[in-house]
Design a protein around this ligand. Structure first.
Ligand code: PLP
Length: 377
């Protein structure tokens, strides 16, 4: 079976993890946490990166930092992972779902302004498939209405918009290092703080509401409870597993891009024949080959395709059930405007296997199998 995803595994990871085990410094904020945050700050030109236990945790931290209160509204796409919404719903917010663009599957920046109300406290954008949203327009709206922007850049590590790393453009960026993402530590993430007004409080919230980070830096002589907070910091086991991948970030990225290009180039003829649609990457964006998706005519054709591929031992998957049509979405959110693309486009989309070190023969076999299927329909 060709799996849909395989976590990056580098033999060197064992050395770093073993060092942590032997050092007995296994809690959070040790050597590898510092190395990973410093690496990202330097390579992404990010003012501050705080490692977290997940992207979900990083999103939850932004909701606390933005002081989201019951009744507040948060604008976001409906076509996203549940954590984008839940992080804010946990603080009592209502999700205001906006339609997506059919080309990138990202929030339609032209529809955001209409969704703003007196109660809007944040705009959360999702860089789907590691392809950036139209950030210039989104940041203009943010400045015009003085509403902060959170980038859910879970899928966007190592991708850029107009030369800027995704996650470093809004007030906050949230990365995921989950097993299914380009770089992984099992479960993990990071919060990028671009608006330095939030920096001091972010450290406190991440450290159970205490000023322990200041204490460790020797800035105060004892640490105490100063604010609300939780435990958002990952253990050194996880972070040390990630570190080796960051050192090889370009190589991992290039390898994925190569597989992505193979899919794109070989499937282009079916797009030209009007059989499928392929992803669009706007010229402002460099992507990170987080995923390769294509779109069939409708949900029935997609299901038949997934079944056919499964028979041929290739795992292809779809996502997301749009949040506004889920139980949680109906309870905690509302769709504004017309659902022109969210439901229709999400029903057509399927993801092909994509991971680091996907082999040439595997890619060939996947393409040949798609060709067999195309000849049948
Ligand atoms: C994976 C993902 C998340 C959640 O990441 P975790 O690290 O598992 O919490 C959130 N948003 C998007 C868009 C994702 O793809």
């Amino acid at each position: 079976m060709i799996p849909f995803n395989k976590a990056v595994y580098l033999p060197r990871a064992l050395e770093y993890v073993a060092e942590v085990v032997k050092s007995s410094k296994i809690a959070g904020d040790g050597k590898y946490t510092k190395l990973c945050s410093a690496w990202m700050e330097q390579h992404f030109h990010a003012p501050k990166v705080l490692m977290t236990t997940s992207c979900t945790a990083a999103l939850e931290m932004t909701a606390i930092l933005l002081d989201i209160q019951p009744g507040d509204e948060v604008i976001m796409p409906s076509y996203t992972f549940v954590s984008t919404a839940n992080a804010f719903v946990l603080r009592g917010a209502k999700c205001v779902f906006v339609d997506i663009r059919p080309d990138t599957m990202n929030i339609d920046e032209k529809l955001i302004e209409e969704a703003i109300s007196e109660k809007t406290k944040a705009i959360v954008v999702v860089h789907y498939a590691g392809v950036g949203c139209e950030m210039d327009t989104i940041m203009d709206i943010s400045r015009k209405y003085n509403i902060p922007v959170v980038e859910d850049a879970a899928q966007g590590v190592m991708a850029t918009y107009k030369g800027k790393a995704l996650g470093t453009i809004g007030d906050f960026g949230c990365y995921s290092f989950h097993e299914t993402k380009n770089y992984t530590m099992g479960e993990g993430g990071a919060l990028v703080i671009n608006n330095e007004d939030y920096l001091e409080r972010a450290e406190i919230i991440r450290e159970k509401g205490t000023n322990r980070s200041k204490f460790y830096r020797g800035e105060i002589d004892k640490y105490t409870w100063v604010d609300i907070g939780s435990s958002f910091l990952p253990s050194e086991f996880n972070v040390s597993y990630l570190y080796g991948q960051l050192l090889m970030a370009d190589e991992i990225n290039n390898n994925r891009i190569k597989s992505w290009r193979f899919y794109f180039e070989s499937l282009k003829k079916y797009e030209e024949e009007g059989i499928i649609e392929l992803p669009v990457v706007p010229s402002e964006c460099t992507h990170n080959a987080h995923m390769f998706y294509l779109k069939w005519r409708n949900v029935e054709q997609r299901s038949e395709f997934i079944d056919y591929m499964k028979e041929k031992k290739i795992s292809c998957v779809f996502h997301y059930v749009p949040l506004h049509s889920s139980f949680g979405g109906e309870k905690y959110g509302k769709f504004t405007g017309i659902d022109r693309y969210t439901t229709v486009e999400s029903n057509r989309l399927v993801r092909l296997p994509m991971y680091y070190a996907l082999e040439k023969e595997e890619l060939r076999y996947i393409f040949d199998t798609i060709t067999e299927w195309v000849e049948k329909i």
